[in-house]
Design a protein around this ligand. Structure first.
Ligand SMILES: Cc1cc2nc3c(=O)[nH]c(=O)nc-3n(C[C@H](O)[C@H](O)[C@H](O)COP(=O)(O)OP(=O)(O)OC[C@H]3O[C@@H](n4cnc5c(N)ncnc54)[C@H](O)[C@@H]3O)c2cc1C
Length: 391
């Protein structure tokens, strides 16, 4: 059977956050745009994001909230499409939202509101959407030719918005990385980010029965640090502080955790009347850590004696619990994929490949990864808008 041939100004691969933003921006400017999505519906990740309420941006967004081999790369796009721009869109669609904590904006009702808004904007901009499309071949002559099972799409511009590797069961593929390699572009080897960590053999029996217990900590690794909650799981550690630091962690490095930020647990012993006993120390530690964790910590790390120097060691250890995870829970549990298409290959203003004119990469497939808290969507919106305005 001969394929049906479609001609567009731009073909966008992937109908997720970045692809839809790019499509609506280009469509609004009169470009004839097609979005090819292999799943049976658009924006599946948007629907499950933020526990179903989509943490769609963060009002405190700065370039420092992103990891990339080039920390300057994201600045231009982030400055030209800001959280205020996205909030204006959300308000135009009368979507109720609230700030949960630390500048994180969530839908009051459901993530469906955000997806519905993007779909409506795409419809209004005349964007053509093709669902359930399997891309079987991609080539470039004077234009890009994308062959799907039954059709052929031709366009002068091709935008890759196929996302990262996180959560294959809802449609993540390595397509974007493979395509970048096909065109000879450099890739920063992808790794799972915002992901729970797994204890090594030694720590697992010590702590895993504490699953569900959480504490306010500072987690540090590779020059980064985050003060938020840490949570024990059946296999290791999670919670916002650990998810954040996981993006900076690579095996075999270790992670430091301050279990009593800004507190001096042994200060009581400056008082000569305070009995230097385990009971006193337990009482003090329980003021800071949940009882079960405080008791476990003392079982494993009780001071070697009651001298000032032994107490100082105890205090020091509490502020620098060092763990060497055996690994992470992997791409199946990762909220994001770090690494990706090397930013050296792309224009920071338009996301177009320097070496392959007309080819653009946007969103998570690019080596720009946000912290937890709405930053990854802000990158998807900003990079999508940057490319959409250049098409
Ligand atoms: C559980 C979870 C919760 C999250 N919550 C938040 C949150 O609250 N706030 C936040 O900022 N970030 C959150 N994120 C991260 C955020 O969802 C992503 O960073 C963002 O969706 C990336 O946008 P994208 O368009 O680059 O990729 P995606 O949104 O993943 O879109 C890529 C699209 O491409 C399609 N695709 C893949 N391969 C192909 C192919 N071969 N052919 C055609 N189509 C293809 C996919 O089906 C998908 O629709 C969350 C992630 C997860 C996994």
């Amino acid at each position: 059977m001969r394929p049906v041939i479609h001609s567009f100004d731009a073909v966008i691969l992937g109908g997720g956050a970045a692809g839809l933003m790019c499509a609506m921006e280009a469509g609004k400017r009169g470009r004839r745009v097609a979005v090819l999505e292999h799943a049976d519906r658009l924006g599946k990740k948007i629907l499950i994001s933020g526990g179903g309420r989509c943490n769609f941006t963060n009002i405190h967004c700065t370039p420092e909230n992103f990891l990339s081999s080039n920390p300057h790369f994201a600045k231009s796009a982030l400055a030209r499409y800001t959280p205020a721009d996205f909030i204006a869109l959300v308000e135009k669609h009368r979507i109720p939202y609230h700030e949960k904590t630390l500048g994180q904006l969530f839908c009051d009702r459901s993530a469906r509101d955000i997806l519905g808004m993007l779909e409506e904007e795409c419809r209004a901009a005349g964007v053509s959407i093709f669902l359930g499309t399997k891309i079987v071949e991609l080539s470039r002559t004077t234009e890009f030719i994308v062959r799907t099972t039954n059709d052929e799409f031709r366009a002068a511009a091709l935008v890759v918005a196929t996302g990262g590797l996180s959560i294959a069961k809802i449609g993540a593929t390595s397509f974007g990385y493979d395509l970048a390699r096909q065109f000879g572009l450099k890739i920063r080897e992808p790794w799972p980010g915002l992901v729970p960590l797994v204890f090594d053999q030694q720590d697992r029996p010590r702590y895993c029965d504490l699953a569900g217990v959480s504490a306010d900590v500072i987690a540090s690794c590779d020059g980064a640090q985050f003060r938020e909650k840490m949570l024990f799981t059946h296999r290791g550690l999670s919670g916002p502080a650990v998810l954040q630091i996981s993006s900076y962690w690579k095996k075999p490095n270790s992670i430091q955790i301050d279990l009593a930020p800004g507190r001096d647990v042994t200060a009581i012993f400056h008082d000569p009347k305070a009995p230097r006993t385990l009971a006193t120390l337990r009482q003090e530690l329980r003021k800071i850590l949940p009882t079960r964790f405080a008791d476990r910590w003392l079982e494993l790390h009780s001071p070697s004696s009651w001298t000032n120097s032994a107490l100082a060691d105890f205090e020091q250890q509490l502020h620098a619990w060092t763990i060497a995870p055996s690994g992470t829970e992997g791409f199946e549990k990762a909220e994001v994929t770090a690494g990706g298409v090397d930013t050296d290959e792309l224009s920071a203003k338009t996301m177009e490949c320097r070496r392959v004119p007309g080819l653009f990469f946007i969103g998570e497939v690019v080596d720009v990864t946000g912290h937890l808290g709405g930053f990854n969507f802000q990158w998807a919106w900003a990079s999508g808008a940057a490319a959409g305005r250049a098409l």
